[in-house]
Structure formats: C-alpha cells, structure tokens
Design a protein around this ligand. Structure first.
Ligand code: VG1
Ligand code: CO
Length: 543
C-alpha cells in the first residue's frame, strides 16, 4: 500500500501549551488541521520509520475520527507497529505505562483532559516520549515551528481499521495491535500496593465512592477497585465513558464534582470519596465531611509513603510545581530529602524522575504521581490513599488532623478568571511584573512582603531554561500569592491566582479554607488590579 502525499498549508497557532495542543473541536474539525500537527510531530521525532508507537485517547467526541486519521498517517510514515487501546481508549497514565512497558519510541495521546467534550467542547493531542512522559519544551517548540512551514503530509488510502476487537491486524506493512486498555495498567498497579491490606479494608465494611465523571477512568476503576480489590459493585459511579461526559466538566474539584462532594457531606456518607478527570490523570480526595487539598494530599502521601510497598525503601526526593503549597516542603525537610520546585506542567518532573532524584511529585491542580509512569495518575493516587488508610487504620479526618498537628496547616485556594480578553490579561501581568521589584519590605493589609519575583527554572538534570513561569509574592508570615496565565485554555486567557496561608503547629487549624484565605484573596485581587483590568469582581471557579 503506497503512501499518498497530500499538499497542505500551515495553520496559525499550532503551539502546544502546558499539556499539548488543546483547541475547540471545531478547530480540530477543519480539513487538514489534525493532519498538519501529526505530520509535524512525525517530522520532528527522530526514528519514526520502523518504530513502535502507542496511540489512544480519553474517548471524547472526535476521538474515533482522529484515531483513524492518525493510524493511516502512521502507516504512511513507516511506523512498524502501532499499539492502540481498544475503542481508541487509553487513559493518560495507562498510555504512559504502555509506552514504557513496550519500550515504544513514544505515543500520541488524544485528550483535552478536564475540558468539556462534545461537538461544542474541546479536543487535544500530545506526544509523549520513550520515557512515557510529555515531550520536553524543546520538542514541542520544534513541533510548533514545523507546523508553520509544513507543505505536505503522508497518508494511505484505505478503509478504516477495526479498532474495537482486541488482536493484530495490518495496514500496509504496519502492524496495528489493538490491546485491552486496562490490562497493562492494572498489572502495574497490582505490583505497587499492599493489595491484601486494601482488600481487607473493603472486606471490613469500609465504604467508598469513586466518581469517574463519565470519563475514561470508569473501566479502570471497575476492574481495579471492584474486581481486584473487592469493593462492592457500584463503588465506581458514572463509570460508563461518554463522548460528552454527560454534558459536564470532567474536572474533579469542588466546583465540578458537586454530587460527590454532597454525598461525602450528607447523611450516611461513605468513609472515602474520590474522582478523576477526562483523561484519568487528576484526582480529588475526600473523607467523610473533609476535602483534602491536592497540596495537602501530596504532603500526607510523602509523610506516609513507607507504608506503601513501592516506597518501603523511602523517598529519594519529592517535587511540586511552583504554585503548589509548601506543605510538602515541610515533610521533605523533616525526612531530610530534597524538595524540587518546578514550573507548572508534568513535563518538568520527567527529568527528575528519570534521574532518580525524586520518586513522588504533585501539583495543586489535582495532580499527583510517582516514578511508576511519567504522567500524573488519578487512580494511582486513590490507591495510595487506600493503602495508607488501610495501614494506618485512621479516618481521613484523623489523618489530616495528625498531619497538621505534626507539620502545621497550610490553607490553600485558587481562583480562576476564565475567558478574559488576552490583551487585558497581558496588561495585568506586565503591570504587576513591573511592580514586583518595589514590593519587598512593604506591607499589604498588615502582612510584610518578604520577596516578590518572577519564577524561572533551570532544569538541574539537562540544564534547559524556562522563563516567565509565574509571579509570586511571599510574605514574612509564611503566606504567599502566585499569579500566572493558563496554558491549557481554549478561549481568550485564563488568569489563575493561587493563595496559601501557613498556620504552625498549635495555630488555628479548624477554619474553612475560603474563610481562612478571604483576606489574602482580597489583597491578591487588589494588588493585581483584577477588576480594573478585566472588569471581573469575582472568579469563575474557586477551588
Ligand atoms: C493546568 C494546571 C496544571 C496541569 C495542566 C494539565 O494547566 O494548572 O497544573 O499540569 O492543567 O493538566 P494551566 O496551564 O491551565 O494552569 V491535565 O489534567 O489537563 O493534562
Ligand atoms: Co487530565
């Protein structure tokens, strides 16, 4: 079957953001839009002819169409073996797992993560490298550059390949291997945790609800929680993946997982609640009547890691994204291990994990992970929690109280201002950037500013440099405000404002986070002139 070379012209703005190229479905449905980006990836990645690649997505609207396009392009570009999740499904962490297990050259993941799906929703594509992790910035910049010059792409004229039946088939000289999307991942998680202890926990009557939000983790949760760990049938809810996620945002947070939050706070609440996002890499952790902030979750998992078989030998180091609270730093200090601070986005953890400098990491945006794959991993985080709860025999509330009594409590919150005008967002950031050097030593609502700067990062392993990664204002009392613009939005700009307030051991630990942070939030809005620049008086999402 001979490749067909088709002429094309570049599209504006095929620049990958925090987590790949993410745009509206309408944008992706333009003729040749996807083809241009896929050919740009293929042209930039060394060694495609003869390689094994992995392909799968979160099952959202347009996934099936896009997968067929990519299968044909892979065949035309000389890929030897394409490993595809049945039905075109692979969660992001499962794709990472399969790339590593098969020693593939890399993989293409189709997802817009937690963004809504459906014909009016979003779509996305990203390339993960041989280590299973998101392509580094140098490579994504190369994709972008190539997408601006591209003049042709390669495909084959062939009927669609059956991707629903497990097994091998051929397209020209390429083998298409359709695999069970859950099997390799479930085998990996089995090897990491104290399965007997978790089974015993469920057998003792421990009750949990896992909300898959009609996204990709449904089949994974049913297999792992219900079939392998013995949780009762129905523990996983909204477990059937839908192309439009039932019309909801598949974003596991207090704003979007409303039913789950209500269940954990209602009468007859279960012991434990969790949710994951569109592509299965995020997690939210709830106990009866308690919400665990992702920054705290990372800190608690670090403090209790040795109860989990995969970490019996201890942590080598930990890392958090810059806007994530410094709760984990305090645990690292007590353990005598390094804590790295990286820019937002999972790709920055990859080099540290590969180099063995860290084996646990996380982000405030409901992302937690470790060295078993090179993506954040929602179900893995849930299993970590189950393993720790099984070993410690404490409720979530008791575990949190113990943690705060040992390390102090870091209240944490984030405000998102979505779809604001790009020019207004840029003006706000520019103006604040210029003011930063004048802030140190001044007082804002009674708090003295210790330092104010713009975060830039030099990767300690490969020396690569990332500038302009967020503005941060740190106060002498241990509180902090961070501002940055999102790299995953698809309409206008999204301003994210992050707050943390530290209450030491013996301090005020019993407040609701929004109450504890109200004053800091007002200072943050005022300092950046959010209303003046954007006209907004309150955030769209507060988590
Ligand atoms: C957001 C989060 C970031 C996360 C990224 C991808 O990026 O803040 O922490 O890594 O989404 O998550 P941004 O640039 O919009 O703030 V996922 O679950 O979309 O792959
Ligand atoms: Co995601």
């Amino acid at each position: 079957m001979d490749p067909v070379i088709r002429p094309t012209t570049p599209f504006d703005g095929q620049r990958p953001g925090t987590s790949g190229l993410r745009k509206s479905v309408q944008t992706f449905e333009q003729p040749r839009y996807l083809e241009n980006f896929v050919q740009s990836i293929i042209d930039c990645v060394q060694g495609i002819p003869g390689a094994t690649l992995v392909l799968g997505g979160d099952g959202r609207y347009h996934n099936r169409t896009a997968i067929q396009t990519i299968v044909k392009m892979a065949a035309a570009n000389g890929v030897a073996r394409l490993v595809v999740g049945a039905g075109g499904i692979l969660s992001t962490p499962a794709a990472s797992c399969v790339i590593r297990k098969r020693k593939a050259l890399g993989g293409i993941i189709l997802s817009a993560s937690h963004n809504p799906g459906g014909p009016d929703g979003d779509f996305g594509i990203k390339f993960n490298a041989a280590n299973g992790g998101p392509a580094p910035e140098a490579l994504t910049e190369a994709f972008f550059k190539r997408s601006k010059e591209i003049a042709e792409y390669r495909t084959v004229d062939a009927p669609d390949v059956d991707l629903d039946q497990i097994g091998e088939r051929r397209l020209g000289s390429m083998v298409v291997e359709v695999i069970d999307p859950v099997a390799d991942y479930a085998e990996l998680t089995d090897s990491l945790f104290d399965i007997d202890a978790i089974r015993a926990l469920f057998a003792s009557g421990f009750r949990m609800v896992f909300d898959a939000m009609h996204a990709v983790t449904g089949p994974y949760a049913v297999e792992i929680l219900e079939h392998r760990l013995g949780a009762p049938a129905g523990t996983a809810i909204n477990a059937v993946p839908l192309e439009d996620f039932g019309g909801h945002h598949p974003d596991p947070n207090l704003a979007h997982a409303v039913d789950l939050v209500a269940a954990l706070n209602g009468p007859d609440a279960p012991d434990f609640g969790a949710a994951s996002d569109g592509d299965g890499d995020r997690n939210m952790i709830l106990g009866r009547g308690v919400f665990v902030s992702p920054s705290d979750s990372l800190a608690v998992l670090a403090a209790n890691a040795t109860h989990v078989p995969a970490f019996r030998g201890g942590l080598t180091g930990v890392a958090r994204s810059m806007p994530t609270s410094r709760a984990v730093d305090r645990v690292a200090e007590a353990l005598g291990i390094r804590c790295y601070e990286t820019p937002t986005g999972w790709k920055f953890f990859g080099t540290l994990l590969d180099d063995g400098r860290i084996n646990l990491c996380g982000e405030e945006s409901f992302g937690t992970g470790a060295d078993h794959v090179r993506e954040k991993d929602g179900l893995w985080a849930v299993l970590m929690w189950l393993n720790v709860l099984a070993a410690r025999r404490l409720s979530v509330a008791e575990l949190m109280a113990e943690h705060w009594n040992t390390y102090g409590r870091t209240y944490y919150g984030r405000h998102d201002y979505e779809a604001i005008e790009q020019a207004a967002a840029d003006r706000l950031i520019d103006e604040l950037r210029n003011r930063l050097p004048l802030l140190a030593g001044t007082s804002l609502a009674g708090r003295r500013v210790a330092t104010a700067d713009e975060f830039a990062y030099t990767d300690p392993v490969d020396g690569s440099r990332s500038e302009r990664q967020g503005l941060r204002v740190s106060f002498e009392d241990g509180s902090r405000i961070v501002y940055r613009l999102s790299g995953t939005g698809t309409a206008g700009a999204t301003l994210r404002v992050y707050f943390e307030r530290y209450e030491p051991v013996g301090g005020e630990h019993g407040l609701d986070a929004p109450v504890a942070l109200a004053e800091l939030a007002a200072v943050a809005a005022d300092l950046a002139g959010i209303q003046r620049h954007t006209g907004r008086t309150k955030p769209d999402v507060a988590t």
